[in-house]
Design a protein around this ligand. Sequence first.
Ligand code: SER
Length: 339
Amino acid sequence: MRQKVILITGANGEVGHGLIQQLSEMRNMPPVIVLDIRGLDESMRPRVYETIVGDILDGALLDKLINEYEIETIYHLAALLSTHSEFNPETAHKVNVQGTVNLLHMATEQSRLRGEPVKFVFPSSIAVYGLPDLPTKAEAGAVNEEQYLNPTTMYGCNKLYCEHLGRYYAFHYRQLAVTDEPYRIDFRAVRFPGLISVLTLPTGGTSDYAPEMLHAAAQGKPYACFVREDSRIPFMAMPDAITALLTLAQTPAERLSRRVYNVTSFSPTAGEICDLTLAAFPQARISYEPHLKRQAIVDSWPGDLDDSAARQDWGWQPKYDLRAAFEEYLIPTIVQRYR
Ligand code: SER
C-alpha cells in the first residue's frame, strides 16, 4: 500500500508555509509531502512527512513521486511572480506553464492509478485581469471572473492559460480517445488579490509594496513605496488566503458552479495602507517613489473583485476586513516577529 499524501509544490513560499501550518493542525488529513527547488525551511520540516528538493520541470522526479505515494490532493503553488517574470519571461513561461502541465499530467496519471480523481488546487491571481486605463478601472469597480481578461504581464498570461488548462484536464482531456478517460482530475482555482503575511515577505511580486511597507516599518527601516499613494488594488491577509484554499478544496464538487473563483477581502489605496502602518508605527519613514513600469502593472489590475460566486457556492467569507487585518492580525503579530 502506498502512503496517501497531500502534495504541495512551491511549499517554501509564503502561501506554502501558511498552508503547511494549517494542514498539519487539522485532524483526519493525510500527511503532507512538499516539493520545492529551494527545499523547506528548517522550522517547517517537523510538520511535513517528506521534503523533496527538486524541480517541477523534472518529469522523472514527478513519475517517481506517483509511484511512491498515493497523492490525494495537489496544491500547486510553485510559480514565478509578476515582477520577477518580466525580467525573464521565457523562464517564467517554462516554470509557470510547463511546470503546471507537468503537474496536471501527473495528477491525471495518478487519478487513473487510484481510480478516483485527484484534487488539483491552483492559486491564480488578479494578474489575469488587464484594464486598459485608469478611468476604465475606476468605472469598472468590482470585476467579475469573466471581465477584462487581457493581462499585460507574462505571469498574468501564464495564470490565465493555466486556468484553462486545468479546466481542459478536468473535463476534456483526450476527448477523442476511443475509450473515455474514466478518471479525470478535479481542478479548482482561486484568483487571489495581493496577499499580506507577517511571517514572510513575498519575492518578485508587484503587489509587494503593501507587505514591504509594513515589514520595513516594523523593523524601523525607511521605505520608498514604488507606486503612487492613490494606487488601489484588492488585498487579503494571509490566514484568509489559506482558508480560501482549504475551503475550496473541501467543498463537494456538486456545489461548484464554476472552477475558477475570485476571492477578496479589502481594497485600500497605498496611502490607506501607509496610514494604518503609521498609526501602529508613528516613527515609520514612508515615502513614495513610483516606478512607472511597475505602476503601470498595478494600474492594469482591478481596484476591486466581485467574489459573489465564491460566497454563494462555498460560503467564502474573509475573517479580516482592512481594520481587523491590521489591528487583530498584522500589527500584533509583526510586533512579536521583530521584537
Ligand atoms: N501578488 C502577485 C504578484 O504581485 C499577484 O498575484 O505578482
